[in-house]
Design a protein around this ligand. Structure first.
Ligand code: IMP
Ligand code: MG
Length: 186
């Protein structure tokens, strides 16, 4: 594509903007179909995007959902370097929505080791959600140490560090409309 911004450090484009949009639309159709009888006005689906990385994916996904829903954000931090997590997770932003007996769709950018999502799912369970399903844009299946049930998956990728479409390196590159492989030391 002409005029595409490819910053230094982004070695190659792994997933094109067009390919991402097609996949997100397909996921939206599937999710809309699956929840068609479970949610209604007054008991809307609660879509919880995991900050910060999931915001572009969630923004595109909800516009492909033909369902009554409410959107909110949740944030968990795992401490470590820019490219490697430490194995400890802490909830830093929670939703004020009452989750009791609600169907919750958790929207994440990437499942890497699976630690963050394992932690967040347990948190939502304790808050009384009726069901919790996970939509993740990416999955690094070779890196996953904590078994995670993924209900809706964008793409499986290799164990490489990627940026774009919400994913960052040191808070940069989230704005790229594509996913690129990033040159960094792990
Ligand atoms: P997990 O807890 O190991 O599954 O890590 C999940 C988090 O690590 C994601 O939400 C991302 O913030 C971050 N992460 C893992 N792999 C990548 C990557 O390739 N690029 C950018 N962020 C990543
Ligand atoms: Mg993240």
């Amino acid at each position: 594509m002409t005029g595409q911004y490819q910053p230094p450090g982004v070695l190659s484009v792994l997933l094109s903007a067009e390919g991402i949009q097609q996949r997100v639309a397909a996921l939206g159709e599937k999710i809309s179909f699956d929840y068609r009888r479970e949610v209604q006005e007054g008991k809307e689906l609660v879509v919880l995007a995991v900050l910060k990385g999931a915001f572009p994916f969630c923004a595109d996904l909800i516009r492909c959902l033909h369902l009554p829903l409410q959107v909110d954000f949740i944030k968990a931090s795992s401490y470590g370097s820019s490219t490697k997590s430490s194995g400890r997770v802490e909830l830093t932003v929670d939703t004020k929505l009452d989750l009791k007996d609600r169907h919750v769709l958790l929207v994440e950018d990437i499942v890497d080791t699976g630690l963050t999502i394992t932690f967040l799912k347990e948190h939502l369970r304790l808050r009384g959600a009726k069901s919790i399903r996970l939509a993740t844009f990416l999955h690094k299946s070779e890196a996953t140490e904590y078994p995670v049930e993924i209900d809706y998956l964008g793409f499986t990728i290799k164990n490489e560090f990627v940026v774009g479409y919400g994913l960052d390196y040191a808070e940069k590159y989230r704005q790229l409309p594509y996913v690129g492989i990033f040159a960094c030391e792990r």
